[in-house]
Design a protein around this ligand. Structure first.
Ligand SMILES: Nc1nc2c(c(=O)[nH]1)N[C@H]1C(S)=C(S)[C@@H](COP(=O)(O)O)O[C@H]1N2
Ligand SMILES: [Mo]
Length: 407
């Protein structure tokens, strides 16, 4: 067997194992039954097992154990307590997943990236190997869903909004390896008159909206956007866009198109469902219905929600992040917001458009408590107590009330 064939079969075996693992976790079927179902069109399965398999087509490939994730439809939110004791970067196994449909199986040996549209002079079709030949760069950045924190519009401000009811765990920080989009667009001889660059995913079409896609203005596309194929020193995992995804530092999650297969460059503004009917601010506070671009400033304790902890000296830990830079200050209140104390920020664990790790001691007395944490970023943006409502519940950046029972 040649090396590349061997790698491919090992790779396929790996995928199969992952699939079996996920199916077993979801259905409780035995390994043998899952394999039989794959192999034989499930002739040997009992009817109820067939039904279990049909209902649980895995939208997410990796395991999402209940002590690390909260499942929300086709998505999985990381439980913030799972970050405690972890390093700065989010391990791929802990990274939240937001899928509009489900994780596709793509083969890097046949994958192509098409770059076309009125904004380029020389349309391109690149293979995975072509892409790997561009100069590579590493950056450490968050990816955070536009709806992260949405549940607090309801639970804290009394105005529930539709969509995944995320708490604060629709965020992860990775060190991403890839190539500059500007270099790739250069190769396609991008025109000076180009205005929009729209990456499109190879995952299934989303109803009549077609493939997941959303334009990035040319200024941002040529500034710091990357096409990434590595996460934390390893190949990009299937759920996070394998073989290649877009990374748009500081911008809302949807800009970071996974499983990218085409990039349209246009001399005219581009539109899709993801920048018209979704991912804009709607409602009476926003007559202009602005299109969402950058994320905001947020903070979270590395505690269960709600938490239950023993009385005595406790170390409260957490993470704060901003789309606009580093974190300058983190303040914690354990008395519902009357007094605030500054937390210690580890200066080595505070990167722009990623997050800051912080800690603060607390002498916890028995009873019910509400903890609050608010961050100020290097540009002076501080988290507010409330945020104006928008109909789809995006960009909740207000201070969150974290209930804690001390026993
Ligand atoms: N092709 C494609 N790209 C996509 C999505 C998707 O469903 N399909 N989801 C988007 C959304 S809404 C978010 S928040 C991020 C989530 O990235 P993750 O699943 O790697 O955490 O991917 C974005 N890119
Ligand atoms: Mo998202």
């Amino acid at each position: 067997m040649t090396d590349s064939l061997k790698n491919e079969s090992e790779y396929n075996q790996d995928r199969l194992e992952r699939h079996v693992h996920t199916m077993r976790a979801r259905t409780g079927l035995s390994r043998r039954n899952v394999l039989a179902g794959i192999a034989a069109g499930s002739a040997s399965l009992l009817l109820h097992e067939k039904r279990a398999l049909a209902q649980t087509a895995p939208t997410i490939v990796k395991p999402t154990p209940a002590d690390k994730f909260r499942l929300l439809g086709t998505n999985a939110e990381t439980l913030f307590e799972a970050f405690r004791g972890q390093g700065y970067e989010t391990p791929e196994s802990l990274f939240f997943v937001r899928n509009h449909t489900s994780t596709p199986t793509l083969d890097p040996s046949t994958w192509r990236l098409t770059i076309d549209g009125s904004g380029v002079r020389r349309p391109l079709s690149l293979s995975y190997e072509d892409l790997l030949r561009f100069c590579s760069v590493d950056v450490t950045k968050f990816i955070e869903c536009a709806g992260n924190g949405r549940s607090f519009y309801g639970s804290q401000q009394g105005t529930p909004t539709p969509g995944s009811q995320w708490r604060l765990g629709a965020i992860g920080v990775g060190t991403w390896t890839g190539v500059r989009l500007s270099e790739v667009l250069d190769r396609a001889r991008i025109k000076r008159t180009a205005v929009d660059v729209q990456p499109q995913g190879l995952d299934a079409e989303v109803g009549t909206n077609g493939h997941v896609r959303r334009p990035i203005p040319i200024e941002k596309a040529l500034d710091d956007v990357l096409l990434v194929y590595g996460l934390n020193g390893k190949e990009l995992p299937p759920d996070h866009g394998f073989p290649v995804r877009v990374l748009v530092p500081g911008w809302i999650g949807i800009a970071n198109i996974k499983w990218v297969g085409r990039i349209e460059v246009s001399e005219q503004p581009l539109f899709s469902a993801w920048n018209t009917s979704q991912y804009r601010l709607f409602g009476s506070e926003y007559p202009d219905q602005p299109v969402l671009t950058q994320q905001t400033v947020k903070s979270a304790f590395e505690l269960p929600f709600p938490a239950s902890i023993p009385a005595g000296y406790q170390f409260l830990t957490g993470r704060s992040w901003s789309a606009h830079g580093k974190i300058r200050k983190v303040e914690v209140s354990t008395d519902g917001g009357t007094t605030w104390y500054e937390a210690y920020i580890d200066p080595h664990k505070n990167k722009p458009q990623a997050w800051a790790q912080w800690s603060i001691p607390w002498f916890a007395t028995p009873g019910q408590h509400v903890l609050k944490v608010r961050a100020t970023d290097s540009r002076g943006n501080r988290q507010p107590d409330t945020v104006p409502l928008n109909d789809l519940g995006y960009l909740f950046s207000a201070v969150v009330n974290h209930p804690v029972t001390v026993t």
